[in-house]
Design a protein. Structure first.
Length: 199
């Protein structure tokens, strides 16, 4: 049977919750092993002295992208059945800015804060309390902001659609961008982090 397995009926809702739980635990374990349960490690991105988060996340993105591309090309994965949310341009830009500011101020994103709580970090408890308050506040205020929330809807938009390029070309260009990003990150760390080049 081809993927995605859930949409092809390989398992039901109950099993999907169990699969999601196991994947979530594994994801959290890998985040912690990468050091992403530490606020100091995460905010180092913004001080430019340790770009490990950038490099790990970009690696994950490129790995997933290549995996999806080649699984689709081999006929193992039906790309048309993958879920893509609509692009609401301005609300998502504002949401990204709010998330980024919260990341800098709190030292965590929602996922890494849960990892930090699991390892007993008290500051993460306050961060998650702030996230929960924000979710509650926007939920209560939603009728007032619904118009903006649903504005500038561009439908299911992808990079190949935006640039009018084939999927394969976009995958190749993003991979090149990642390689350049890794090289640039190394230079930035040496410049601002005091990392010395090996002899």
């Amino acid at each position: 049977m081809n993927a995605p397995f859930f949409k092809f009926g390989a398992f039901g809702d109950e099993t999907s919750l169990l699969v999601a739980f196991v994947i979530g635990i594994a994801f959290g374990w890998f985040l912690e092993r990468a050091g992403f349960g530490s606020a100091k490690k995460l905010v180092s991105q913004f001080y430019l002295n340790d770009l490990a988060v950038f490099k790990v996340m970009f690696t994950a993105i490129v790995t997933a992208m290549l995996g999806i591309f080649y699984l689709g090309w081999l006929g193992v994965l039906d790309l048309n059945l993958l879920y893509l949310s609509d692009t609401n341009l301005w609300p998502q830009i504002v949401g990204g800015l709010v998330l980024g500011i919260g990341f800098v101020v709190g030292g965590y994103c929602p996922g890494t804060s849960m990892v930090a709580i699991a390892t007993g970090k008290i500051d993460a408890l306050f961060f998650v309390a702030g996230v929960m308050f924000g979710v509650l506040a926007i939920g209560e205020a939603f009728p007032l902001v619904r118009g903006f929330y649903e504005s500038s809807n561009l439908g299911r938009l992808t990079l190949p659609d935006v640039f009018h390029l084939s999927y394969g070309v976009v995958v190749f260009l993003v991979t090149l961008m990642a390689l350049a990003g890794f090289a640039g990150a190394g230079w930035v760390e040496r410049r601002f982090g005091g990392v010395k080049e090996e002899a």
